[in-house]
Design a protein around this ligand. Sequence first.
Ligand code: UDP
Length: 366
Amino acid sequence: MPADYVIVGAGLFGVTFARNVAEQGRTVVLVDKRSHIGGNCYTEDRGGIHVHMYGPHIFHTDDPDIWEFVQRFAKFNHYRHRGCVHYKGRIFSFPINLHTLHQLWGVTTPAEAEHKLAEVRIPCANPRNLEQWILSQVGRELYEIFIHGYTSKQWNCDPKELPSSIIRRIPIRLTYDDRYFNDRFQGIPIGGYTALIMNMLDHPNIRFETDVDYFENQREVKSLGQTLVYTGKVDEFFDYRYGRLEYRSLRFEQEEHAGDYQGVSIANYTDPEVPHTRITEHKHFEFGNQSHTVITREFPEQYDETKTPYYPIRDEANSKVYDRYRMLAQTSNVIFGGRLGTYQYFDMHQVIAQALVASNKARLAA
Ligand code: UDP
């Protein structure tokens, strides 16, 4: 007998959806084409260090309900992310805060910083792109050091062609508060994300299977459940009938070293000449003091069908194409979710929120 739901993709959307409907008495089969669960949150244990295999994941939310939800499946540590930028041999505090401005300009108080910023800002009444917006906030020197190189590498285009929303997620502060996120609740699941996801799937109403490619087994997969929930690329689902949406991909290079490599979990490299955007040293997410360490260099890459689509490129042209797919999705009897299913640059807490809303709505409609 088919389950109530068959979910394609065991990332955070699929797993949250599965857990929520399972707790409401529904049955679920979850399939994933990868040989593991957890989507891009997946972590692997390397001698006690939980390696974030698809890039660093730092949990943060302002929503007490989301925080309460995830805490049912893992204990979170007190990790607070603080960035660090390497630029032409110098190291700066990041996101831009009073300490950064002190390092650059020698200012020490918020008033001094404001005075200096007022001199360098390039006002723009109606900033239409990322570059105009950031220049209007912090001026050219900071733009060149912190934003221009990193953003050009990450997105492979001129920041003039990007929406400012990409960068507005990062705070700019005139205090010594150097936390990356403003959210009240933050941390890393102790034991890694894979354990968190496994606990979410640990319910008698949930079955899951890895190494199952939806497109190669469409008929069988669909027959596993009455309602299909799909979290892969929405354009691929509809056979690219309105054209291909654009994504940005990444390549990771992992190394093991003795001791402590860089003294911080993530170091951003903002020089345009350095090919990687960041180096993640995984043990610092859990305050590890192992005698070895694992680091990952992250290289942005052009996406093609052989690679993993990490970031949707939500510029104007792609948004128009996506809008057509969205309309199509609404008229189908399939539930779409997650970064790829709804073509959105989501953080983990947003994916969970989206999955809870979608699964509650599905229950009411049933
Ligand atoms: N960014 C930047 N310099 C940095 C870090 C980030 O210019 O040192 C910009 C860049 O355009 C990036 C965006 O801010 O794509 C969002 O950064 P975030 O760290 O939130 O990216 P994620 O971790 O989601 O890749």
